[in-house]
Design a protein around this ligand. Structure first.
Ligand code: ZN
Ligand code: ZN
Length: 329
């Protein structure tokens, strides 16, 4: 174990003996508490230096004997060597499995890659890394969290927002943007809910706009073409309009962006959930498609409107700045 410098401070409180619990040295110190040495716990085999000058203990009873100078240099929120804990054990709130990872990042050696950590432990480590400002561990935590985005996007979004990882936010949001509002509200920190509600409303507005854009019932039982025999359809019949409204509703209920894009592309599943809607047939056409799928002209119009709307919704970051947005024209 490499030791940079070891502070040898006295034990007289009048000569700089300061309980860690009383320090306000960056984030996290509020959670520290101290007890007298003698509150024995098992010592972690990897962090058991004979010349260690600070001892931490996890709630599950494992002690970590480490070097204060390393903490001072590598982290931003652990007290440095100018403070003396008078030989006391400092209790931290994180379990041993988390602290063992944290302390791995304070010594000048190859850092762990965290590849084998389950998400729950990784999330605890990432939170502790931010709390104690273990800068050397931050990039690795960000990289590993990114790999869990498809499965744990909501939790990762909360973490990324809280600690300012903008690229993680941007990557997590597409996995969440079509989830029901109540699902997101249950998981997202309260502070970000107003922005999310505005973001959600922006999405709702593109579906509302598509409904609004449907030409009204033309009074006929079938769609009418601009010129008899022309492929261009000018007006929508009652049946096609009802089918389009149902189509839009089904699109809006899809809870993943990938499912929505598939349904909009008509490539694999022209209608969400395999539903079919009656349309008059006078508007049937391939509309430039070459895959043999015949569609109601107005479904294509709806799809194009929503795809255009998706492309114009600002990123979530825009809403975090207090902005709102709605597609109205
Ligand atoms: Zn029609
Ligand atoms: Zn039609």
């Amino acid at each position: 174990m490499t030791v940079i410098t070891i502070s040898q401070s006295g034990t007289d409180p009048s000569q700089g003996c300061i309980p860690l619990a009383s320090l306000q040295h960056g984030r996290g110190c509020d959670d520290m508490a101290e007890t007298r040495a003698g509150n024995l716990g098992a010592v972690h085999t990897k962090f058991n230096a004979a010349d260690a000058d600070v001892v931490f203990q996890s709630p599950d009873g494992v002690q970590f004997r480490v070097h204060r100078r390393n903490l001072e240099i590598v982290t931003g929120a652990f007290p440095g060597s100018e403070f003396d804990t008078c030989g006391e054990i400092t209790h931290l709130t994180e379990p041993a499995r988390v602290l063992a990872v944290i302390f791995d990042f304070i010594y000048p050696r190859r850092y762990p890659d965290l590849k084998d950590l389950p998400f729950e432990t990784l999330a605890e480590v990432a939170e502790a890394v931010e709390k104690y400002e273990v800068f050397s561990a931050m990039p690795t935590c960000e990289t590993r969290l990114r790999e869990f985005i498809p499965q744990r996007s909501l939790e990762i979004l909360g973490h990324a927002l809280k600690h300012g990882y903008s690229s993680l936010v941007a990557e997590a949001v597409p996995h969440i943007c079509r989830l029901p509002l109540s699902t997101v509200m249950e998981k997202l920190p309260l502070h970000y809910l107003p922005a999310w509600v505005h973001y959600y409303e922006a999405w709702s507005s593109i579906f509302a706009y598509a409904r609004h854009s449907l030409r009204g019932d033309n009074g006929f039982q079938s769609c009418q073409k601009i010129v008899l025999g022309s492929p261009l359809v000018s007006s929508c019949c009652q049946a096609c309009r009802a089918a389009c409204v149902a189509y839009i509703t089904s699109l809006q209920e899809l809870n993943t962006l990938s499912a929505l894009k598939d349904a909009l592309s008509f490539t694999f599943n022209p209608f969400p959930s395999g539903q079919q809607y009656f349309h008059c047939g006078n508007c049937n056409g391939t509309w430039g498609r070459t895959d043999g799928i015949y569609l109601c002209y107005h479904f294509v119009t709806v799809s194009n409107s929503i795809k255009k709307g998706i492309d114009t919704i600002p990123p979530f970051d825009y809403f975090l700045k207090g902005n709102s947005w709605g597609q109205t024209s």
